[in-house]
Design a protein around this ligand. Sequence first.
Ligand code: XIL
Length: 333
Amino acid sequence: MGPPADYEIDLPQSFQSASDVPIGTAVDSYKLKNNQTYRDLVIYHFDSIVGEWQMKWNILQPERGQFNWEQADYLMDFAEENNISVHGHCLVWHGANPDWIESFSGGKEEFQTILKTHIQTVVNHFEGKVDSWDVVNEAFEGKKYRRNKFYRILGPDYIKNCYKWAHEADPNIDLYYNDYSLASNPEKLDFILEKLDSLLNEEIPIHGIGFQSHITLNSPTLTEIKEAMTKVENLGLKIRISELDVSLNRDGKYGVFTDELAELQKNRYKQVVEAYLNSSQVKGITVWGVSDAHSWIPTHFNDPDWPLLFDGKYKPKPAAQGFLEALVGFSNE
Ligand code: XIL
């Protein structure tokens, strides 16, 4: 393990100016409001945002029938002012549900109404402001339906109903299914695609797949990424790289971010972004956060980590250079 990484990088242009597809980041409304460096960085580099937490169920409908739009509306105003598009995340998930959902003990019909009302109220509220939604997030675990609250009460059909209801509320936006380990776990992807394909045959409005892409230096391989994207293309679905980060320390070996790690991460970002952009179905790439200081990875995996493009001082890392080089290489301008 060497000394801490030492770099001074001047990016020659912004990510968004180098890319033909929208380049997004997950944002925090409080930081946009209170931290000018953070705000300026988002405005300069990105032309798409997603709320990291502001549009999840526990925030939007913390109590039954009481909707709270404050933080999400702040994002909408910020996006409109700065000509940035918004991807909605996420209508239905096992994470971030309020207690009144997780502890619901009434009947099937009532729960179905609750779900429909949530989806349609939220989609209607953001109509004209949000271009696309993650309707259902992480509904499968390996080759199984995840036994979340919705599955337990409503059975597997909750998935198709969510897409129908979202489409009814706003027929003009793209509706995505979003999940993790889609490239590194081909069996999971095959299972999901088999289920989605049969929904497509029933004309359920599903327009694309979000590859979360919380990846490491070695997994998935570039071949696995390519194969996964080809399978999705073959179904005629769009693709978003929806939550990209490259974590370096899942096995807890490192205590500091070194030049060696910085270089490996730079190459990894460059290669994966090239692999994504090889697919004409990729409609956008979103990184899951702005700076290493706020990434969800260290908290979630309980080890120090440096997964994002900017460091804790909002300085571009070598990773940002690799990311930009890949975008420049694919731009038509
Ligand atoms: C995470 C956020 O980054 C955290 O800040 C929050 O506490 C929990 O959720 N998959 C998803 C995202 O779809 O919504 C998750 O985001 C990360 C994993």
